[in-house]
Design a binder for this molecule. Structure first.
Ligand code: PMP
Length: 364
């Protein structure tokens, strides 16, 4: 087997090795089936068991109540940006409240503006999205159709420690980059969704968890694929779902349940990993400058800058020589972004920490 490096990509991102091994082992033929997951009908009993198991694992991990539907959709998180206003925008007096704490919230609001009246409740643009609002900063409309926010902004590395309060207005959350990384109280949400390719599986499937009473808002006139009600009624089998991606998501959630030991254990490990890197930033005497303010620091995407572009380049190169890849930050933030999702081993983060300390000491 080719050597695996420590890959800090923001997504598609590292997957757990036992998952890759199992997928590889069973790629020629699923045990007892005699055909690959790539070759079987989405209407077969085998696939039905797989998609049911994936849903069951998610329900177990996140304690998803029965009055919430779990959907497996295609089109990525970006399609959901549009599906949310199309389906849920008919509630209340129809205005759409958006809390914008980074690029992904901004893009979602731009899509929503094509379908409804967006009310920007808060926007962190003035400080390049380095912070979170306080609850008292949020001027929420009690008549809004929903309140939208992004729990973890992948590019800027800012993460809400807990959800904003939205009163009786359904709370909608893009949890793409911190899904399954910590427990969430699903009851607080009208809709919670995540593309899989960071913490839950490969690209190609997006999980939408939504309170079933909100399905009544989905109008029959919507294009079928864009209608949440149809996907809920058909258990995500209205058309051919991304069968391979759902299968891998089932394996990842099984890994979380059995190898990791559940979401609380995962959070412990994620805290431990993030601490290693934030400590290196804070101990560097200003050599590394964290992008996010301390109380908004992400456990998933650690963003920081070095004193110059030359040093950033040298850091990226030096890290690569040590087998630490994909560390370059997004151009809108610059510097470095280390994405340390669930499947990034502690050993990989320890190796990066060592390199950070050494690099700061030799280049100050
Ligand atoms: N939301 C967040 C928070 C993301 O990080 C991303 C992808 N990086 C998206 C949405 C878009 O996801 P997709 O490419 O699956 O549409």
């Amino acid at each position: 087997m080719s050597e695996r490096l420590y890959n800090f990509s923001a997504g598609p991102a590292v997957l757990p090795e036992p998952v890759l091994a199992e997928a590889q082992r069973d790629l020629m033929a699923l045990p007892g089936v005699g055909a690959s997951i790539l070759e079987i009908s989405h209407r077969s009993k085998t696939f039905d068991d797989i998609i049911r198991q994936a849903e069951f694992n998610l329900r177990t991990l996140l304690a998803i109540p029965d009055d919430y539907a779990v959907l497996f959709l295609q089109g990525g998180a970006r399609l959901v940006f549009s599906m949310i206003p199309m389906n849920l925008g008919t509630g209340g007096k129809g205005t759409l409240d958006y809390i914008i704490t980074g690029s992904w919230g901004k893009y979602a609001a731009q899509e929503a503006a094509k379908f409804g009246e967006v009310h920007t409740v808060w926007d962190g643009n003035a400080t390049n999205y380095d912070r979170l609002p306080r609850q008292s900063d949020l001027k929420l409309d009690p008549q809004a159709a929903y309140v939208y926010y992004v729990s973890n902004e992948t590019i800027q590395g800012v993460q809400f420690a807990s959800e904003p309060a939205s009163g009786d207005v359904p709370l909608v959350c893009d949890a793409s980059s911190d899904f399954l990384s910590r427990p969430v109280d699903v009851r607080k949400y009208g809709l919670l969704y995540a593309c899989a390719q960071k913490n839950a599986g490969p690209a190609g499937v997006t999980v939408v968890i939504l309170r079933k009473d909100l399905l009544a808002r989905s109008h029959d006139s919507l294009p079928g694929y864009l209608n949440f009600q149809i996907h809920a009624d058909q258990r995500s089998l209205w058309n051919t779902p991304p069968t391979f991606a759902v299968y891998v998501l089932m394996l990842v959630t099984k890994w979380l349940l059995t190898d990791v030991g559940g979401i609380d254990k995962m959070l412990e490990r994620n805290r431990q990993k993030a601490k290693l890197l934030y400590e290196a930033i804070d101990a560097s005497g200003g050599f590394y400058a964290g992008h996010a303010q301390r109380d908004g620091r992400s456990l998933m995407n650690v963003t920081f800058r070095l004193p110059s572009d030359e040093l950033t380049e040298k850091f990226v190169q030096g890290a690569k020589e040590r087998g630490l890849t994909d560390l370059k930050g997004h151009r809108s933030v610059g510097g470095i972004r280390a994405s340390i999702y669930n499947a990034m081993p502690v050993a990989g983060v320890e190796k990066l920490r060592e390199f950070m300390d050494e690099f700061a000491a030799t280049n100050t």
